[in-house]
Design a protein around this ligand. Structure first.
Ligand code: NAD
Ligand code: TYD
Length: 356
């Protein structure tokens, strides 16, 4: 009953593995390269747990992938590993092409070879869940309906283009080879263990350090926020009950402008950890140069996941953001520990260019 989870030391992957083990759903093998975004500390309580095997390695390493599949004979691969930060992909796209495109190809090929050795029953039950993003669909106008699975792909950033390429490979491995691949396209996640280069943890971190809260452009870009455990529950439902070859959009159904998000964080911080001078953290907001190619709006229509899988997100944005802010306040040493040289260098380069 083992599953192989790639990227299980990153934000969503670690939440997925933690939830999986807490619910005692079976053994997990995690394959993770531990890039700047990967952190074994995200799985700390489980590192001695016999149900978890951690393999540090690259999804582009065909031999390693083949060995793990042969040794552990997982019933499923759940593929989270990726380079995931849009701003970094604008800075340099090479790692995105390598991991997101070549790495996904390597995993699909390894999984196909493995799948072909399985008994008919095991082959029928095998699953490859490819975890992707709503960003592959491009941007929406204010009055456009939310993205459906049938929307055309129109990626605008190097990140979303690399994920779109991976999605096409996943589709082709089902259509051509029959590998039981399922793809999820999810909206913006937030919650515990998110690396503080992404908007929500970055704002919490900067706020409590008395630093500027950088908002790109006019702050009116809209994202559809989903609490990470809701996303993980959606991936589990796809794994359990999704139809091979199908795509499932998973969204939080909670569209917010970036400025609304930042104000919500500041309001909660004002309540639970007020600034010594009594002013609001919102005073630290600073509008900076916009991200090139910045998608204006994302929104997800999750009707198919609800209809076919009975999945719907449970967390409201207001409660989820309060929980998330509280988690970061309670885990400041976690934030300090992951601020590696790479992260400091990145923040310096990115935000100095934005004149912060
Ligand atoms: P993350 O950047 O926090 O974590 C990525 C993990 O993958 C890290 O542990 C990293 O070490 C690992 N990794 C990177 N390159 C690797 C390689 N070559 N080999 C093995 N491991 C490697 O990302 P995340 O936010 O947890 O996103 C996980 C997945 O979900 C990604 O595929 C992403 O595209 C998708 N997704 C993310 C969001 C979001 O809001 N964060 C939304 C929708 C979909
Ligand atoms: P991000 O968390 O990077 O996710 P994505 O780009 O994948 O949607 O950014 C969320 C939104 O917040 C996006 O519209 C860009 C914006 N943003 C800022 O305004 N300032 C920042 O410092 C960051 C990192 C993001």
């Amino acid at each position: 009953m083992t599953i192989l989870v790639t990227g299980g030391a990153g934000f969503i992957g670690a939440n997925f593995v933690r939830d999986w083990l807490c619910e005692d759903r079976g053994p997990v093998v995690v394959l993770d390269k531990l890039t700047y975004a990967g952190n074994l500390g995200n799985l700390a309580e489980f590192l001695e747990d016999p149900r978890l095997v951690f393999a540090q390695g690259d999804i582009c390493a065909a031999d390693l992938v083949a060995r793990l599949l042969e040794e552990h004979a997982p019933r499923a691969v759940v593929h989270f590993a990726a380079e995931s930060h849009v701003d970094r992909s604008i800075d340099s796209a090479a790692d995105f092409i390598r991991t997101n495109v070549e790495g996904t190809h390597c995993l699909l090929s390894g999984a196909l070879n493995h799948w072909r050795t399985l008994s008919p029953v095991a082959a029928r039950e095998f699953r490859f869940v490819h975890v992707s993003t709503d960003e592959v669909y491009g941007t929406l106008e204010p009055d456009d309906p939310p993205f459906r699975e049938t929307n055309p792909y129109r990626p605008n950033s190097p990140y979303s283009a690399s994920k779109a390429a991976a999605d096409h490979l996943a589709r082709a491995w089902f259509q051509t080879h029959g590998l039981p691949v399922l793809t999820t396209n999810c909206s913006n996640n937030y919650g515990p263990y998110q690396f503080p280069e992404k908007l929500i943890p970055l704002v919490v971190r900067n706020a409590i350090r008395g630093q500027a809260l950088p908002i790109y452009g006019d702050g009116r870009n809209v994202r559809d926020w989903i609490y990470v455990s809701d996303h993980c529950a959606g991936v589990r439902r796809v794994l359990e009950a999704g139809r091979p070859g199908e795509v499932y959009n998973l969204g939080g159904g909670q569209e917010k402008t970036n400025i609304e998000v930042v104000h919500a964080i500041c309001a909660h911080l004002d309540a639970v950890s007020p600034r010594p001078d009594g002013k609001s953290y919102a005073e630290q907001i600073s509008f900076v140069k916009d991200r090139p190619g910045h998608d204006r709006r994302y929104a997800i229509d999750s009707t198919k996941a609800l209809r076919e899988l009975g999945w719907r997100p449970g967390e409201s944005f207001d409660a989820g953001v309060r929980k998330t802010v509280d988690w970061y306040l309670d885990h400041l040493p976690w934030v300090e520990r992951i601020e590696s040289g790479d992260y400091r260098e990145w923040v310096k380069r990115q935000y100095e260019d934005l004149h912060l």
